[in-house]
Write a protein that binds this ligand. Structure first.
Ligand SMILES: [Zn+2]
Length: 80
């Protein structure tokens, strides 16, 4: 039996293998950080690694080369 492989539904191309995409969490930078450099560091490196529903930006790198937003449950990989 083939191992479970995550499939992503691109709104432009349909269902494709996850290997065709790059993605990232949409960061929520704390308001208490007012320094522009500190906000950039927080946005770039301080990911929450949240367990449960998250909002992410996905880029179909080996397809239409467009960005789209996905709500995904990180516990199940279910697209919400
Ligand atoms: Zn696509």
């Amino acid at each position: 039996m083939a191992p479970h492989r995550l499939r992503i539904h691109c709104p432009h191309c349909g269902v494709r293998a996850v290997e065709e995409f790059a993605y990232g969490e949409i960061p929520a930078t704390p308001d208490a950080l007012t320094d522009a450099d500190a906000r950039d560091v927080d946005r770039g490196f301080m990911h929450s690694n949240h367990e449960g529903p998250v909002t992410e930006r996905w880029f179909h790198a080996f397809g239409c080369r467009r960005w789209f937003t996905v709500r995904r449950d990180t516990r199940t990989n279910e697209m919400l």
